[in-house]
Design a protein around this ligand. Structure first.
Ligand code: SF4
Length: 242
């Protein structure tokens, strides 16, 4: 804080010329509510509601709410993740935006011509998606990135609505086992017939095909479990099955 030598230092929070910063009311500029988006105050998972409140107390200017789906309403491809990351989508309000997992995902989408604009790890970077919609199995950030079974179950109707609202949907890329299970259930498939496996392709009776991938998390990429080349192969497969 600087002094102009004309009086005592005034804390910025007390300065009449500086309005108080407010938490975001929209996840990104131009956001239009989607029928599959959970209400901002969704009360269905008490543990996650409490965790959201803790995050609000620590970082009141973050999004700290269920993260909406993001993408093209004419999408033929849906990408289903696990849940918002604490410092990623929970902070920025847009799926996979702002953390390591998002860097690889948005880089890969751009490489295959599935996005427009330059990803800048912020929900106001102006990126749009071409034929792709991104959503999650669970819409609120869970402690330890580990939603409980009842939380996955409670949030599934929102995933069902997201996927059902895409009339041109042909392919779902499921990132990790939880996303796989939620996507199979949301699309009316049978889990025993469709075990998760990286690169596995599961055509469902509904005409939608699920392709499994290891999650593009920092842990998986740092350990080499998932390389950028492996991830690109998943998207190349999706394009070949389009
Ligand atoms: S995880 Fe889904 S169902 Fe649970 S509180 Fe959040 S938005 Fe609601």
């Amino acid at each position: 804080m600087e002094s102009d030598n004309n009086g005592p230092l005034l804390h910025p929070a007390l300065h009449p010329a500086l309005p108080p910063a407010l938490p975001p009311t929209l996840p990104w500029p131009g956001y239009r509510p989607h029928p599959g988006d959970a209400p901002r105050d969704c009360p269905l998972c008490p543990r996650l509601v409490a965790f959201r409140a803790e995050s609000v107390a620590r970082n009141p200017l973050w999004w700290n709410a269920p993260v909406p789906g993001f993408g093209d309403p004419d999408a033929w491809l849906a990408v289903v993740g696990l849940a918002p990351g604490m410092k990623g989508a929970n902070r920025t309000g847009r799926p996979f935006t702002g953390d390591h997992a998002g860097t690889l995902l948005y880089q890969t989408l751009a490489k295959f011509g599935l996005s427009n604009g330059n990803y800048a790890a912020a929900s106001d970077d102006g990126v749009t998606l071409n034929g792709v919609f991104i959503t999650n199995a669970v819409r609120c950030v869970p402690p330890g990135n580990a939603p409980a079974s009842q939380e996955k179950h409670a949030c599934r109707p929102f995933l069902v609505t997201h996927l059902a609202s895409l009339p041109k949907l042909k392919i779902v890329i499921a990132l990790g086992g939880t996303a796989h299970q939620s996507a199979v259930k949301a699309l009316g498939g049978k889990l025993p017939k469709t075990p998760f496996g990286h690169g596995a392709i599961h055509p469902l009776h509904t005409g939608v095909t699920i392709i499994d991938s290891y999650h593009c998390s920092q842990l998986n990429t740092n350990t080499g479990r998932l390389t950028p080349a492996m991830f690109e192969t998943i998207f190349a497969t999706a394009l070949s099955l389009r």
